[in-house]
Every structure is written in C-alpha cells, then in structure tokens.
Design a protein around this ligand. Structure first.
Ligand SMILES: C[S@@+](CC[C@H](N)C(=O)[O-])C[C@H]1O[C@@H](n2cnc3c(N)ncnc32)[C@H](O)[C@@H]1O
Length: 244
C-alpha cells in the first residue's frame, strides 16, 4: 500500500480472501498466515495512532487442500478468526472487541451462516470498548443480524458472492470516523467499503488483485449497483444532506 503515507488512515476494514494463491486451489495455511501478517503490518503502518482495524471473516472447516494435501487437518474446524487475531497481535495490534454477524437463520450445509467481526486498535492505545459511549444502539448490540447483502452483480451479469453486508460498513464508518477521514480497503472485492465510504463523504482507497472485479467495483461506487443494494444507506445520507 505504498500510495498511503504512514499514519494517515482512520479506519481499515478487511475481509480477507480465502487464499493468498488466487491461481491455485491448493494452498498452504502457514504461507497464507505469513501473507496476512505482511498485509496487517502494512495496515499498522498506515493507520493513525487512534485508527481502528476491523476484520470480518467467516470461519470454515479445515481441508487437506488448505494444507498442501496434508490430510491430517481434514474435517476439523479452522478458527480462522483466532489466527487473524494472533497475526494482528504479532505486528502491533490488540483486539479490543468482537461481534457476530448473522448472515442467515437458514440451514447451510456448506458454510457457516455467521461471521466474526473483530476490532483492533494499536497496541499502545488506551483500551476501550467500541460503541460503549455511542448513541447508536445498533452498533452497541453484540449480534448483528443482517440477512442477505452478500451478492453483487455488475451490468454484464458477472456475479460476486462473497461481499460483506453494506450496513456493517456503515456502522463502522459512523462509529470510528468523521467526514473526510481516510478509509482503506486492502481487499476490495465488489467495492462495498469504498461505496459506503463514498456515500458517507469519507476519503477512500482500495486494492483488488482480481481485474475481473474492476467493473463491479466502479459500478458499486458510482452506480448502477447503487440503487438496489445500497438504497437504504443512500436514502439515509441523502436525507441528511438535504436537511443540512
Ligand atoms: C472476501 S473478498 C472481499 C469482499 C469485500 N469485502 C466486499 O464486500 O465485496 C476478498 C478479496 O480480496 C482479493 N485479494 C486477494 N488477494 C489480494 C491481494 N494480494 N491484493 C488485493 N486483493 C486481493 C480477492 O480477489 C477478493 O476479491
């Protein structure tokens, strides 16, 4: 993230990819964690001293193909959120809180229907509980039930299934930033974080390795994906603008 100066970002939101090796279905979990450590170290560099890192991830079952074919891990649960926490702590963060995002109340035999939202501050900051003094009751709740909101389709019909719910981003931006603060999205995906930062009048910068997502990201930020998936948030902030 060379484009971003030291200690300039107020908020970084990550939902890490499944693999660090986008070309291959097999990957090494240890290598993946080294990759994450490098990204988190960069995040620590760009964050302001009172900046916040939010990580959103869904845990999953361990598989032989996450371990270079080593089947000894097969079938167990990988507490990925805990590995994320350990990697973040190695590079100077501390985990100050977490919440659960409930994605669906239906049964899904393939994936967990809930995700972990972890909040980190820099290690040398005074500990605090995010949302404790907030007037936003929704942020204060520990369990965020937000069904749907994980798929995006661009104008050519290209579908992305791994997005985070836009309201998670809205709550975090509202809680941790002021207008014009810089919000960074190291794993942009469909562009949810950038789109909500744009709607809420924050500066933003995002990184995405997959060129196929370029159109979707642009459409997420400037439309036409806007009217459907971001409509509620767009309406809330438009109303605020016109009442000022
Ligand atoms: C889980 S998705 C992020 C979803 C996003 N939060 C959203 O709401 O759409 C993770 C993304 O990280 C991207 N990615 C993986 N490795 C990357 C890298 N080295 N640099 C930038 N992006 C990367 C993947 O292509 C994928 O789109």
């Amino acid at each position: 993230m060379q484009e971003v100066d030291n200690q300039t970002a107020k908020l970084v939101i990550i939902s890490p990819p499944l693999t660090n090796n986008t070309q291959d279905k097999v990957f090494d979990k240890k290598e993946y964690l080294v990759f994450l450590e490098k990204v988190l170290s960069e995040v620590n560099r760009i964050l302001l001293p009172d900046g916040i890192l939010v990580s959103v991830n869904t845990d999953l079952r361990d598989h032989s193909h996450y371990n270079k074919g080593n089947t000894c891990f097969n079938g167990t649960v990988w507490f990925k959120h805990n590995d994320l926490r350990l990697e973040a702590e190695k590079v100077g963060f501390k985990c100050i809180d977490y919440k659960i995002w409930v994605k669906s109340l239906n049964v899904n035999v393939y994936r967990y229907n809930f995700a972990h939202i972890l909040f980190f501050s820099k290690k040398n900051q005074k500990p605090f509980r995010p949302g404790f003094t907030s007037r936003d009751h929704k942020f204060k709740t520990d369990v965020w039930i937000m069904q749907g909101g994980t798929q995006r389709i661009d104008s050519t019909g290209f579908r992305f299934r791994n997005a985070i719910h836009p309201e998670i981003v809205e709550r975090c931006i509202k809680e941790f930033t002021q207008p014009e603060d810089l919000v960074v999205s190291p794993f942009t995906g469909s562009g949810t974080i950038l789109a909500i930062a744009e709607i809420m009048g924050r500066s933003w910068i995002g990184y995405e390795i997959d060129k196929k997502l370029q159109r979707l990201i642009i459409e997420s930020i400037y439309g036409p994906v806007h009217p459907r998936i971001y409509q509620d948030i767009l309406t809330r902030y438009k109303k605020k603008d016109s009442s000022n």
